[in-house]
Design a protein around this ligand. Sequence first.
Ligand SMILES: Cc1cc2nc3c(=O)[nH]c(=O)nc-3n(C[C@H](O)[C@H](O)[C@H](O)COP(=O)(O)OP(=O)(O)OC[C@H]3O[C@@H](n4cnc5c(N)ncnc54)[C@H](O)[C@@H]3O)c2cc1C
Length: 400
Amino acid sequence: MTAIVVGAGPAGLMAAERLVTMGRHVTVIDQRRSFGRTLLLAGRSGLNLTHSEPLDDVLDRYGPGRPQLEPMIRAFDPVALRAWADELGVETFVGSSGRVFPVGQKATPLLRAWLARLVEAGVEFRTGLAWSGFVDGGISAVDEDGSTQELRADGVVLALGGGNWPRVGGDGSWIKILRDAGVECVDLAAANAGVLVDWTPKHLADFEGEPLKNVAVSIADQTIRGEPVVTRGGLEGGPIYGLGPQIRDELSRNRTATIQIDLLPDVSHNGLGIRLETKRPKDSVSTYLRRAGIKPVGISLLREATGNRLPDDRVGMAALVKAVPVLITAMASIDRAISTAGGVAWSAVDESLQLNACPGVYVAGEMLDWEAPTGGYLLQACFSTGAWAGRFGRGESDVA
Ligand SMILES: Cc1cc2nc3c(=O)[nH]c(=O)nc-3n(C[C@H](O)[C@H](O)[C@H](O)COP(=O)(O)OP(=O)(O)OC[C@H]3O[C@@H](n4cnc5c(N)ncnc54)[C@H](O)[C@@H]3O)c2cc1C
């Protein structure tokens, strides 16, 4: 039995590994000249492979995608993922936040060992071949010289990534091909991405790149603590990424979204009121606010939020400090997002991840319609769905 895997990222390579282990003849193609480039990019900032929290908590991170992903993640869970890395000779460790990293935190040793093992197992790799559609019994792919080839196999796994970082991974162009083939897809959107805010030139000149340390960011009854960073375009960082689904939701309904930032989440309203009680006659407003424990970047944020018309009473000031409104005009571009929301709809695949509209074609990884926060959950789901899609043809009946 033969299989073609399109896309040599974590999902595609894991599918290839499963298939070759079952004795299939496997060919992996990728449009790039080298493999696993998104994985290598991820390794530049410390490759977070998975998370060590209890499995139920891990599963909760996938939100509405949990029911569909759960059997796949249970079948290849964080413990199995660590054991797999270990077998490749890549030791992992649990960081202080519970996140799991390979020792050294880089992707290169893992990818190198993995590719070598796959080649040894008989997987054939072809670079510079871009999947362009389906033909009877297989797929068509365009070579770097522009010529089209037809490749046939008993089964195909598509693992084309999301639509983010088109220079290294997928560019999302697959969505049109799949829709034309009758596959239901949800529009791609930036996930784990920054947001756009119209900062004044002064705020940017003084605080671009500065984190708002230990604040709590809220929208739509969700609050996440952390350190959003002021960027040229707006805000980035953990709490912004984590609130992405709620921010996107509000943007799609109202065209803008407003988050509230509590600059002093460990101080109660009353406590803050007491801190703001005494303003010495000679104090500037900034000195008075600094004395209450607010950092210069926070004070500047208060000025941004009010058009520099700060409340002159302490009750109003305390209310503002506990919920600084920040108007978001849009999500930052998908090109620089860490991941992609949307993709192949769950209703378009069966339990084995086979496309209902294209029998014999399976999908895996980020091109499926799920999303998760950063913390290793993205790679975990890519590995798990890849392993799941790579199980096809296990029974007596082969795929068409
Ligand atoms: C900067 C950054 C940091 C990250 N850090 C982490 C992290 O620490 N932890 C974590 O869990 N996740 C992280 N991620 C996310 C993680 O890297 C991705 O979720 C994961 O790589 C997606 O795997 P995938 O196999 O689905 O797709 P990809 O890894 O994107 O692979 C898709 C492959 O398909 C190929 N392809 C696309 N279209 C075609 C076509 N038409 N024909 C042929 N080939 C095609 C691409 O060239 C690519 O090789 C990070 C992402 C980024 C951008």
